[in-house]
Design a protein around this ligand. Structure first.
Ligand SMILES: [Zn+2]
Length: 303
């Protein structure tokens, strides 16, 4: 099987944020950085990031909010400490930040955000979500408190430490000869008529390759042989890590799992190139799904 390599970095990857993990356990340093006026905060409200609006949207990097909000130390950007804070407890935080900033679903802006901003916001969103979901110890139910810059939540009764987690999900472009298999999930808005790569969560006790084969067989009844890694992408909506593969089909017949999938089809390169004329959409340009499709098209094109 030909190895298809990534032609460009995926969204939310490649930023220059220095996570400065060695600083997290230095409580005095973290407290001092919290009070340092040169420290910057990215703010979230109920999953939405504070964005400086305009033709070129950017993460709003603001001074420390003057209220008691959960926070996490994210690292150093250009030597300056960067924190995330969660304002979700407020009914309406917009009043604090005027009209030049707006709390926004960052997925609507992914392709427009500078790389460093996208990396910071992805990290912030994932960490704040985990923190909000881990208020109590999973072992004994006692409240947790943040330590090590917010990267550990510690049980107040027994001291058990809870660490942030990502949920691995495989996403794969299944190919057979000159055709690729794309599907339409019930989760996609029906009016968009979008066909995309298959995807699913890795289960405990499963290798990534086995997960690719299981998911494809479950969703479309196609048997997969060789599996080849392409690239990965953090997807903090809320806590996924997308692991991208190309997968070689051994069989062609599609047996649709109709609870999950509305449709699935084999497409030729020409059909993908002419998808607009043919009346269907491909996934967004900033998605790893689109990278898997376009890199296959470019790197297997007849010369
Ligand atoms: Zn506990």
């Amino acid at each position: 099987m030909q190895r298809i390599t990534p032609s460009q970095p995926n969204a939310y990857t490649g930023g220059t944020l220095d996570r400065a993990a060695h600083r997290r356990s230095d409580e005095a340093w973290v407290q001092s950085a919290l009070r340092d006026p040169s420290s910057r905060f990215v703010l979230f409200w109920r999953g939405h990031a504070l964005i400086a609006a305009g033709d070129a949207p950017k993460a709003a990097l603001v001074s420390r909010p003057e209220l008691d909000a959960p926070w996490v130390f994210l690292g150093l950007q250009d030597q300056n400490p960067v924190f995330a804070a969660d304002l979700s407890a407020l009914d309406d935080p917009h009043i604090l930040y005027g009209t030049s900033f707006a709390f926004t679903d960052m997925r609507s802006l992914t392709a427009l955000l500078p790389t460093d901003d996208a990396t910071i916001l992805a990290t912030a969103r994932a960490m704040l979500h985990w923190r909000a979901q881990t208020k109590f110890c999973a072992h004994c139910g006692a409240p947790t408190v943040p330590v090590r810059g917010g990267y550990v939540l510690k049980c107040t009764a027994q001291g058990t430490e809870h660490f942030p987690r990502s949920d691995p999900a495989v996403i794969m472009l299944v190919t057979k000869g000159k055709r690729v298999l794309l599907g339409q999930s019930h989760k996609f808005p029906i009016e968009r008529n979008m066909y995309s790569t298959l995807a699913g969560f890795v289960e405990p006790g499963e290798s990534l390759e086995d997960s690719v084969r299981r998911e494809v067989f479950e969703e479309v009844g196609v048997r997969v042989g060789a599996v080849s890694y392409h690239s990965s992408q953090p997807w903090p909506f809320p806590a996924s890590l997308m692991l991208g593969y190309h997968a070689e089909a051994l069989t062609e017949e599609i047996v649709l799992e109709t609870d999950e999938m509305r449709d699935a089809r084999w497409y030729t390169r020409e059909e993908l190139e002419n998808h607009r004329d043919l009346g269907f959409n491909l996934p967004r340009h900033d998605s790893i799904a689109r990278r898997l499709i376009e890199d296959w098209m470019a790197q297997t094109a007849p010369r």
